[in-house]
Design a protein around this ligand. Structure first.
Ligand SMILES: [Zn+2]
Length: 320
């Protein structure tokens, strides 16, 4: 059995998986201090209450919202967890008193999970953008998760400046990253600008403290022009990045995940519409953009497959 932990800013999604079947799934609220210590304490309580034993666990996999350097075995930065150069692998091994531990960045985990479990066709190459608090990005090249130079930094396609028209300051400290505009947070920032907020409140006939994407689903589905234009504007920096990346990489498939992807194919239509202007015709005509299939479990599954494939082979009876 493998214990899989998808760590977020405020909570951890945990899943016990055996023979590629989820045996148990639960959430733990995590405080902002001594995160791993507190996580272990809460997991111990859950194990005791539900009669799970650590002796049955063959590996632990972590999906982490931060950049993980494989060489130093440390999280270089994870803003939401307030980790800077945090030696996660060493600390997790000490706190869990467990040797067989594997770590992936959360967007890479979601990409790998989507490729292994969400995509029956197993494309030779694909990339995933996840729209949430930030914009996650992962890349499969030649049927392998692209890890960059070996540090494991790749890929951070939500960052790097250049693509946002406005010089917005991104959470990473760089100006003009697409994340600042194309993330769910960026879309909601736009929805709450004074004129947009007034318009939405008048259309819906009620006042909001803060408008969330979920509040405007009906307006979006009714193709309200103002709402569609807000999405077009917000998704433009990501579309430009896709156009550029596709011109360089020409992957078989581009997938969109995260909260706003629940709005369905209209999201991919908006991105494609934006792309027309920024992509060479031959690339545009052969481009496949789809909504990701796995939803919220993509990270758990990606981390799981990663642990299975990177564990010592003799630990497992089952082959992938
Ligand atoms: Zn950034």
């Amino acid at each position: 059995m493998i214990f899989n932990i998808d760590l977020g800013g405020n909570s951890a999604k945990c899943a016990l998986i055996e023979n590629f079947e989820i045996k148990s799934k639960f959430f733990i609220e995590t405080p902002k201090f001594e995160i791993i210590e507190n996580l272990k304490k809460m997991i111990d309580i859950y194990f005791k209450e539900n009669s799970f034993n650590w002796s049955d666990i063959e590996a632990i996999s972590f999906s982490i919202p931060g950049a993980y350097d494989k060489k130093t075995e440390s999280i270089v930065f994870a803003g939401n967890l307030n980790w800077w150069n945090y030696p996660l692998l060493k600390e997790a091994k000490r706190i869990f008193n467990f040797e067989n531990i594997f770590i992936l960045n959360d967007a890479n985990a979601a990409t790998y999970g989507e490729w292994k479990k969400g995509q029956n066709s197993k494309p030779n190459s694909m990339m995933l953008f996840t729209l949430g608090t930030g914009v996650g990005h992962g890349l499969i090249l030649d049927k392998k998760l692209w890890e960059g130079s070996g540090k494991g930094f790749a890929s951070e396609g939500g960052h790097g400046g250049c693509f946002a028209e406005e010089e917005l300051l991104c959470s990473c400290g760089v100006y003009g990253c697409l994340e600042a505009k194309s993330s769910a947070t960026g879309i909601e920032r736009e929805l709450n600008k004074t004129d947009n907020k007034k318009y939405i409140e008048s259309k819906l006939g009620k006042e909001f403290k803060e408008i969330k994407i979920i509040d405007i689903v009906d307006l979006f589905n009714d193709e309200d022009t103002v709402i569609i234009n807000i999405f077009k504007e917000c998704l433009l920096p990501m579309a430009k990045a896709i156009g550029y990346l596709q011109t360089v990489l020409e992957v078989e498939k581009i997938l969109i995940g995260g909260g706003p992807s629940n709005l369905g194919n209209k999201i991919t239509e908006i991105i494609l519409d934006n792309l027309k202007k920024y992509t060479l015709k031959s690339f545009y005509e052969n481009m496949t953009i789809e909504i990701a299939n796995l939803g919220n479990d993509a990270g758990i599954w990606g981390a799981h497959y990663w642990a299975v494939e990177n564990s010592k082979k003799e630990t497992f009876n089952n082959k992938v």
